[in-house]
Unconditional design. Sequence first.
Lengths: 147, 147
Amino acid sequence: MQITSRFTIAIHILTCIDYFKDERRVTSEFLAGSVNANAVIIRGVLSQLRAAGIVSTRQGSGGAAITRALNEISLYDIYKAVDCIDENGLFGFHANPNTDCPIGRNIHKAMDKHLTNIQNSMENELKKIYLSDVVEDTIKQIQAENG
Amino acid sequence: MQITSRFTIAIHILTCIDYFKDERRVTSEFLAGSVNANAVIIRGVLSQLRAAGIVSTRQGSGGAAITRALNEISLYDIYKAVDCIDENGLFGFHANPNTDCPIGRNIHKAMDKHLTNIQNSMENELKKIYLSDVVEDTIKQIQAENG
DNA sequence: AAACTTGTAAAGGTATTTATTACAACTTTG
DNA sequence: CAAAGTTGTAATAAATACCTTTACAAGTTT
């Protein structure tokens, strides 16, 4: 299993929007070209980012823009926006353990606390990384390939 | 997306094996009853745990046993045994970004380092929790429901 | 009005996961 | 040694989740 690629697509999109913002209108079609995915996928991700207040889009005229400073958007914000994982839902539980068995009846509660802590620690790491970090690293990569 | 339920099934199984070890022979059929899953699924998980040296099983006579002390088996050991997630594979990348675009060509490398760190920090948390912790908590839950 | 773009629903396809069936190999017991 | 019970594993089917594509209404610009 993997965290949905919508998350890395979202980071890709946001990096593109910032990179090309002064150069051209960044439409879903253009972004689809860079990501190499269908434009409807891109529009779906943009929809989620818009609902989270991270980007603005305009019908008709087209083009997406980032609404906040890059160092005010954490990877956690993006992760939450594209709805990667339910609250406490990182670890899948098997449905309907047998309640006639003392273990089946209680194991879920016993595991929950620990697994929630693990998920929280992962999400806390996401909060420490900002879109600005990724954009800077991407630009370094681009400069490295030219020099 | 979620981490496969084989992980929580494995913890459930191991807790059962320990809990019932002095009382009865713990067969895959019995475990399937507690988990409420098909016995073949249980045998598959037991196979993986056996390959990792966490349990031993016996053909014919039947029954599974844990090979180490519970406080020497971390949730990370179990997580690795049941092959939840590939190395650096927690976050799914969209395949084939457009290499004609400077962002498409470089974003992957720029994200990789950060996402690997996040996955590592999650896995390090798994190393801090032992099967003994989960078993103790489960027994506390059982005692609480009786008293 | 024409051309272009976003927003979203709906249908189709693909991949992954889980469940089931089947049976060979092994162990114990009478 | 035969019968009963169990593990180990392959193969197939079913269910679920995910991604892609088609279609079109609604908005904007020229």
